[in-house]
Write a protein that binds this ligand. Structure first.
Ligand code: ZN
Length: 320
């Protein structure tokens, strides 16, 4: 007896891909018709139903088979080892959904990413960020890290002014960037590390724009506690020290503070990757001066993985 929405995963093999068929193990044959005929198939997250030939268990070949899948295989570039999930959509009408897991995951991730930047509140952006991380099977902080690194490659634009009710007031940082920064720094002040939990359990933090009229570029914003924020806004701030665009230290009323950058190693490297390889070497002493030795080592360790990440994420470049 077949049950609606029951699903199972099978793995593509070279010989079946070349024949354009999916082999269904005998133990799953109860989910399919008992006789040879046509079943109706919906591919991935589509809605169009296509008839396909189904051949029940045959003791000679020791499996059940669904034929006529060559076009779908080639459309997705399916290779041996790809996980394919078959879901019984409607057992009465004999409708089955055949979906390539990695395709569904990519679609899910792309949608979560779109919603992350479209959201009109940091809470919704935060939720979409969690979904994005889940669909990519990575940590939220890691995804925030990758996203901010990508945003940081964009040019710095002028900060807009709120025009509707509070004329002249600079607009707040977009919800998506706020959610990404919260995830990346866990709400901790980049100057003094302080944060506290609000009644809703989330960390309290403010966002400081280094150049008030410049836009919400990651290089122009800091996650900051109210105390440090007030100092940066009101005290005498001098010797703003930047490394490849990122603020790494400043003097507040004469006292030097370092600015913590979780992203620093990779983000610097990302900026540096625009330079030819030979230019990276002379940049290292500069970086060493700005960061702990450990941070530089970390940066070099991350380099390979990070460049791969950037290539992977190249398809996800959208504007906020
Ligand atoms: Zn602080």
């Amino acid at each position: 007896m077949t049950v609606a929405n029951s699903s199972f995963t099978i793995y593509a093999t070279d010989s079946r891909i070349s024949k354009g068929l999916l082999a269904i193990p005998r133990r799953l044959s109860r989910e399919f018709p008992a006789t040879k005929g046509k079943i109706l198939v919906v591919f991935d997250d589509g809605i169009r139903v296509e008839p396909k030939i189904y051949v029940p268990y045959n003791p000679k070949i020791k499996e059940c088979r669904v034929f006529g899948l060559s076009r779908w295989f080639s459309r997705h570039g399916i290779v041996a080892g790809d996980a394919i999930t078959i879901t019984v959509e409607d057992p009465m009408k004999g409708i089955y959904r055949i979906a390539l897991d990695r395709f569904v995951q990519q679609r899910r991730a792309a949608e979560a990413r779109r919603q992350l930047y479209k959201a009109d509140s940091p809470e919704i952006s935060g939720e979409q960020l969690r979904r994005l991380a889940e669909s990519k099977k990575e940590k939220v902080q890691e995804i925030a890290f990758q996203e901010i690194a990508l945003i940081a490659q964009r040019p710095l634009l002028k900060r807009k002014r709120v025009t509707a009710l509070q004329r002249g007031r600079a607009e707040a940082v977009p919800p998506a960037l706020r959610a990404l920064l919260e995830a990346l720094h866990q709400g901790k002040c980049q100057v003094c590390d302080f944060t506290f939990k609000k009644r809703d359990g989330k960390p309290y933090f403010e966002i400081h724009h280094l150049e008030p009229d410049e836009g919400h570029h990651p290089m122009n914003v800091l996650v900051i506690c109210p105390n440090c924020h007030a100092q940066l806004e009101n005290a005498t701030v001098t010797e703003m020290e930047r490394v490849v665009g990122w603020l790494v230290a400043a003097r507040i009323n004469g006292r030097r503070f370092r600015v913590r950058h979780l992203l620093c190693g990779d983000a610097c490297l990302m900026s540096l990757q625009c330079l030819p390889r030979y230019a990276l070497q002379p940049a290292l002493p500069l970086l060493q001066r700005a960061f702990d030795g450990d941070a530089v080592i970390l940066m070099i360790t991350f380099a390979g993985e990070f460049l791969r990440t950037l290539n992977r994420s190249a398809i996800c470049r959208t504007s906020i």
